[in-house]
Design a protein around this ligand. Structure first.
Ligand code: KG4
Ligand code: ZN
Length: 365
């Protein structure tokens, strides 16, 4: 089976092919430089960029990977969550192709696609517990099958990636700052307990990272020397020299440690809760923040302790991409599911269906 995937939920425009569960070519345009000027994603700009690039990217994919419409078995597109204007570009393009080619189309939950992405690199084991950590979401799911997810917990304010990006902004790092903080933290030695592990004193599996950000802001207020400078010539942030640089590395390590430990503790709670009534076969970690070395290591230790295998996509499949969307589409299509052409992008605040069998608008074909 050959599935064409389309991703346009935030600031990456991407199209990819997945053939029989394996990546078969992708074109991806990241708008990060456009938004970096503003310190975060500007929704209007994002949808305009998707609109400008989606057709040229499609033409590039078709040219580089030499496929014709007749080769495609299904079209999958991220329908949400994300920025509505951006999602609409991808959804409208996917529907146009489906209409013109008379092929089945599937609207994919972007968060599910992240969690299934590791399946492109090896077989996943279900039922699984999945932790999705990205710039906009921190969600824990009980995943029965690729078509059935149940939400166990989520961030009630900032997502884990947002907590890293906002901390980075305080330090003078460009957006998105997660990768710089993570890389610099790795040179910081053993982390100190400088920051609180937020929102643990309860019995739920939700997250709240806004207190962590406030604690960091308070800490940094009286320490203006602890900032990065931006080297325009090499397009790289540069840490301060001498002892301030060393101290800043330790602070970054402590911040990432607080995020990683909070994720670990809440995930352990979710596992314990699931295992009271059902068996689990694996842990899946996914999303842009899953590229963090510290977080991968922390959950790796947890996998050893619980005896549950841990699946994490390689770094390029952790951040937004269209392979994951195509792959989710292929799996659902393999179950005989597809959308009618009346499906829509899902606006902020509305729920993107977690159960494809029960979801209105899905039909067996
Ligand atoms: O999944 P993603 O690409 O986009 C969203 O759907 O949000 O995740 C982006 C997030 C950003 O917050 C970014 O700072 C973070 O992932 N990120 C990282 C790393 N690479 C990207 N965070 C920590 N360590 C990294 N290596
Ligand atoms: Zn994402």
């Amino acid at each position: 089976m050959l599935c064409l995937g389309i991703e346009s939920s935030c600031d990456e425009t991407a199209l990819a092919l997945v053939r029989d569960g394996r990546p078969a070519g992708q074109v991806l345009y990241s708008q990060a430089d456009v938004h970096a000027l503003f310190g975060g994603v500007v929704p209007e700009l994002a949808s305009r960029e998707h609109g400008r690039f989606i057709v040229p990217l499609y033409e590039l994919l078709a040219r580089e990977h030499k496929f014709s419409p007749g080769d495609i078995d299904c079209i999958a597109v991220a329908r949400g969550p994300g920025l509505l204007g951006s999602l609409l570009v991808g959804v409208a393009f996917a529907k146009s192709l489906a209409l013109a080619w008379r092929k089945p189309v599937l609207g994919i939950n972007h968060l599910h696609a992240h969690l299934l992405a590791a399946g492109l690199e090896g077989e996943l084991k279900f039922p699984a517990v999945g932790l999705l950590v990205s710039g906009g979401h921190t969600h824990i799911y009980h995943i029965d099958s690729p078509a059935r997810f149940s939400l166990l917990g989520r961030s009630i304010d900032d997502a884990a990636g947002e907590a890293l990006d906002k901390f980075g902004k305080m330090l003078g790092l460009p957006y998105p700052a997660g990768k710089y903080i993570d890389r610099f933290a790795a040179s910081g030695g053993s982390p100190m307990e400088l920051f609180p592990k937020p929102y643990l004193d309860n019995d739920n599996c939700d997250f709240s990272f806004s207190g962590l950000k406030t604690a960091a802001a308070t800490f940094l207020k009286s320490r203006p020397e602890l900032r990065f400078q931006y080297d325009e010539a090499n397009c790289l942030p540069v840490p301060p020299g001498g002892s301030a640089g060393l101290e800043l590395a330790g602070i970054c390590a402590s911040y990432v440690h607080a995020v990683a430990e909070t994720l670990r503790i809440k995930l352990a709670r979710a596992i314990e809760r699931i295992q009271k009534t059902a068996a689990l076969a694996s842990i899946i970690l996914a999303g842009g923040v899953a590229a963090s070395g510290t977080i991968r290591k922390t959950l790796g230790e947890m996998s050893l302790q619980t005896g549950l295998p841990l699946y994490i996509p390689s770094a390029a499949l952790c951040t937004d991409n269209a392979y994951m969307v195509a792959y989710a589409g292929e799996l659902l299509s393999g179950l005989g599911l597809a959308h009618s052409l009346s499906f829509t992008a899902v606006p902020r605040g509305a729920q993107v269906p977690d159960d494809y069998h029960a979801a209105f608008g899905y039909r067996a074909f």
